[in-house]
Design a protein around this ligand. Structure first.
Ligand SMILES: [Fe+2]
Length: 277
């Protein structure tokens, strides 16, 4: 059977999935971000304060790196990342490419860009995620949460994933082919970009003062051998195949006979294990 997504991805090194995240989930993500920003200001809870105002208020007190980290944590803690990854079309695409035993890296930071900021940590030059330890067994997702016209997105170099590990110094390629196919990704809230660890990409600056906010995610099949530094990172499993579910039912690698025979606990996957509680 023809697999368009896989073919496109293998051909180009990236795929844009449009309209794959429910509007309410985007809305909920924004409200969690707003409330987390609000909690980090000295002010008492403000209703309907704009993300822009909250962001600049918080930046008076915290570095942008700190803000990006605590916001990412708030999304993980509120199950937003799991919910995004389990949106029907998102999950279908990822499991199509990686299978069903999936986990995402939990220690990351949001990518926030506003105008007139040129710091190269925030406005990244051309790079491959492989340089930062992401293996080729891993998928990268760029999920815009607050994105309007003129805010810019990311730029990718089409087909660059087939060039292998690009020589680099001080986090930038030593050279790039003159005829590289540079594409500025067209994405909206509700869409996302999938990339490989070898796909060369960079940040497109935001020319507005309103922050562009995106979630960069790292997803892998936890049975695939790592080809990067993933063994050093924390991951959270969010989907199991039949094989893994069966392993969990059996409970241990010795397959203890009758381990659960006559047990009153029926649900092997819920944290709430004792019925009638
Ligand atoms: Fe990147």
């Amino acid at each position: 059977m023809k697999n368009n997504l896989e073919e496109k991805f293998l051909e180009n090194g990236y795929v844009i999935l449009n309209n794959v995240i429910d509007k309410n989930l985007i809305k909920k993500s924004k409200s969690i971000i707003a409330s987390s920003l609000n909690n980090h200001t000295n002010k008492k809870k403000l209703k309907n304060e704009s993300l822009e105002k909250l962001f600049y208020d918080v930046r008076k007190k915290y570095s942008q790196h700190e803000v990006q980290v605590f916001l990412a944590k708030s999304l993980v803690n509120n199950n937003i990342i799991q919910n995004i990854l389990l949106q029907d079309k998102v999950h279908k695409a990822i499991s199509n490419l990686l299978g069903n035993d999936l986990e995402f890296a939990t220690q990351f930071e949001l990518a926030i860009n506003v105008k007139n900021v040129n710091d190269e940590y925030l406005v990244k030059k051309y790079h491959q995620e492989f340089w930062s330890g992401v293996g080729i067994n891993t998928l990268l997702l760029w999920v815009p949460i607050n994105l309007k016209n003129k805010m810019g997105t990311i730029e990718v170099i089409k087909e660059s994933h087939k060039w292998g590990h690009i020589p680099h110094q001080n986090r930038e390629p030593i050279t790039l082919p003159a005829d590289s196919k540079k594409i500025i990704v067209k994405a909206d809230e509700g869409s996302l970009v999938l990339m490989s660890a070898f796909t060369i990409h960079k940040t497109v600056p935001n020319i507005l003062s309103e922050p562009r906010i995106a979630i960069p995610l790292t997803v892998r099949n936890f049975y695939y051998p790592t080809t990067g530094n993933e063994d050093m990172w924390s991951f959270e499993k969010y989907n199991y195949s039949f094989y893994t579910k069966f392993r969990k039912i059996l409970g241990n690698p010795n397959f203890s006979p009758y381990r659960t025979f006559n047990s009153k606990r029926k649900d092997f996957f819920s944290k709430e294990k004792i019925l009638g509680k």
